[in-house]
Design a binder for this molecule. Structure first.
Ligand code: FES
Length: 162
């Protein structure tokens, strides 16, 4: 049998989340949300325990985690970069921004740079459509971002300005 090495805090967090939602399979999304909130991300080992506790297959848990962009299987970087892919942002070129961030950071969406400094993810509409396309770095919002600005945004954080 596979040995899962998780801290007792992680195991307690999962247990508490499953128990709060009465170990119901229907509550999977809420359980995952709670665990991600407390643990920061949802690695395979965490998904396995959740599957055991909710008495469902790991494949089903994995399916949900990978379907929703707000769930992450990798730890976020020190500066998590999120690009809005809602309709207004998409129409105004968000996809090109994603490509440029991927190119500059040499990571894919959902990944973190090797030095742990940056991670890349996509979001649904963040409610600032008038400023589309939107990029967020942590809590800071950048509006009307152009492909040319991508490099500047990254270097702001590389220089430790923020
Ligand atoms: S679509 Fe990006 S903020 Fe609304």
């Amino acid at each position: 049998m596979k040995t899962i090495k998780l801290s007792s805090f992680t195991i307690e967090t999962i247990e508490e989340a499953c128990s709060d939602f009465q170990y119901k399979e229907d509550e999977l999304i809420n359980v995952l949300h709670r665990c991600q909130q407390k643990l920061g991300y949802l690695p395979a080992e965490v998904q396995e325990i959740i599957a055991q506790k909710l008495n469902m297959s790991v494949a089903k848990v994995y399916g949900v985690v990978s379907f929703y962009s707000f769930f992450s299987m990798t730890p976020h970087g020190k500066h998590p970069i999120s690009i809005c892919m809602g309709t207004a942002c998409y129409v105004r070129g968000a996809e090109k921004l994603v490509d440029e961030f991927k190119r500059q950071l040499r990571i894919d969406v959902g990944e973190t740079t090797k030095d742990g400094d940056f991670s890349l993810s996509c979001l649904r509409c963040v409610g600032a459509c008038g400023l589309a396309p939107i990029v967020m770095v942590g809590d800071k919002v950048y509006g009307r971002v152009s492909v040319k600005q991508v490099k500047d945004i990254i270097s702001e954080y590389q220089k430790g300005i923020n």
